[in-house]
Design a protein around this ligand. Sequence first.
Ligand SMILES: [Zn+2]
Length: 227
Amino acid sequence: MFEQGKRGYLMLKENQIYRMNSTFNPGYIECIVGTMFSGKSRELLYRGMRAEEFGDVKVLYFKPTVDTRDDEFIKSRDGMERRASLFSNGRELLNFVNGVPSLILIDEVQFCDESLIYAVQLLKFKGHNIVLSGLHTDFRGQPFGIMPQIMALSDTPIKSVFSVCNISGCHNDGVLPQRLRNGLPDSALSPTIIIEGSSEEITYEPRCADHHIVPDIDRYLLNQLSL
Ligand SMILES: [Zn+2]
């Protein structure tokens, strides 16, 4: 079931379409991206629950320690939840996984450090199926943490899930996370990571590109250019 030569490409080849399973694909890295309220945690939980129900595969749930909102649980807004193991880097993640090829589900990947890039590949080469979920852009609309690298490693088309833009009357997809400080768009010069709820004045909502407002974005980009 695990063929080295075929691993890694989902493509039309000689009129043959590689078919992915909706539960377990040993040796594959898969990626789910989207904004807040888009249901990306739900996608991850649904995948795990399907595997629990139909497969004889071990399902492991993980999230980085920096995401403390729901403690040790991955939760969806519609009430699904699973207890997750917390890890602070790739090495810690490897310590949780034994030799049996498993379905490994990791939420909030944008908060993980670069060591996860190497850990997930080691797991892939051992025949595990790793599904990673996260925000692909930060509140400025810039690539978020290691998500670009994780997306580059995905063996299947990246699953994008979006909510609707939060502006009343706008029906565009909310593809970008809008950060509000005291109800007003936050400056691009603010820190990348401020967890919602850790400071009561900070909130996030999904917005379309037309309604995504980031004061000082020009200054931020010029600063980055000169780093
Ligand atoms: Zn909009």
